[in-house]
Design a protein around this ligand. Structure first.
Ligand code: ATP
Length: 294
């Protein structure tokens, strides 16, 4: 099954152009949507999830025209929004049972089986009778994904699910997504580069409503190989380096600024070549765009 997004545009009434001619083809597996705050990720997710309309463009899931047949898309969709409320006094099991009814799983035995399987898959079986008001952030997110998976969706959309999770919970959540993404389309929106690197076979970088890159993380890294250089800089040097070279990132390592520069060959004395990481890819595309902008 394939999700095809064609020439999608959205301008909010306040004039913000949140999506500018977005084209993407997303196949079965985990697809990462990476971009800074305000890039347009949530707008794109909500549009695919049929929660809001674009101004123009098309979304197709297999042969289904999503914008023309929203109800049919919703039958095969699981959506975990950035923020969601849960009745704090209800247990995870009761909440899942309610949502299963809403998703149309009317057969009691089938519903009980699905709820049990999802509680097991999300490692919430032991906590199933507890009121969710006492759940940790990670447990709430796992319950959120269990709700999204009710009714056996073919398309799952998760919007920044790992924000605010500690490393253990983050990995547990990512492992869970990895399992799910074996044979359905899963779109993971995030601003955490490692989430994409660890999990996604394909990804796109989006900024200011535009797709700056789409492809595999490995190909994106390979395309920059031999072109990323690093050197320690003193603070007073930074403005000149930034003027003269394409500095993609500056980091403090043990209190000293380290600059990463994109250049086809050595940019000068003191620079050493480095193996690019996905973070270099991300900053390269984001900064290339702002260098091109008038
Ligand atoms: N309902 C709205 N009305 C007006 N502007 C909006 C609305 N929703 C989003 N925007 C603006 O559209 C742009 C894209 O927002 P969006 O939430 O899609 O980005 P995002 O990539 O999901 O960001 P974040 O990571 O911060 O959630 C931002 O400039 C945002 O301020």
């Amino acid at each position: 099954m394939q999700l095809t997004i064609r020439d999608l545009c959205k301008t909010y009434p306040n004039g913000v152009r949140a999506l500018k001619h977005v084209d993407l083809t997303i196949s079965t597996g985990m697809f990462g949507l990476l971009g800074p705050n305000g890039a347009g990720k949530s707008t794109l997710m909500r549009t695919i999830a049929t929660l809001q309309d674009p101004d123009s463009g098309a979304v197709e899931f297999g042969a289904l025209d999503v914008l023309a047949h929203k109800d049919r898309l919703r039958e095969v969709l699981g959506y975990l929004p950035q923020e969601f409320g849960l009745y704090p006094n209800l247990s995870a099991e009761t909440i899942l049972d309610h949502f299963a009814v809403l998703k149309g799983v009317t057969d009691r035995r089938e519903r009980a089986a699905q709820v049990h399987a999802l509680l097991d898959q999300t490692n919430l079986l032991a906590a199933r009778k507890q009121a969710v008001g006492g759940f940790s952030g990670g447990m709430k997110q796992r319950l959120g994904i269990a709700i999204a998976l009710l009714g056996r969706p073919r398309l799952v959309i998760v919007d920044e699910p790992t924000a605010g999770l500690d490393p253990t919970e983050r990995h547990r959540f990512l492992d869970l997504l990895g399992e799910i993404g074996q044979d359905i389309v899963v779109i993971l929106s995030t601003h955490i580069v490692e989430d994409v690197y660890e999990l996604c076979s394909k990804f796109a970088i989006i900024s200011h409503g535009e797709v700056l890159y789409s492809g595999s993380p490995a190909a994106a890294v390979a395309a920059l190989r031999g072109q990323i250089w690093r050197r320690v800089a003193s603070r007073p040097e930074l403005p000149e380096l930034q003027r003269e070279l394409h500095v993609i990132a500056t980091r403090l390592v043990a209190g000293r600024p380290i600059v990463h520069v994109h250049h086809p060959e050595s940019p000068g004395p003191g620079f050493e070549p480095i193996e690019p990481g996905l973070e270099d890819v991300y900053f390269f595309h984001i900064t290339s765009k702002s260098r091109r902008a008038p």
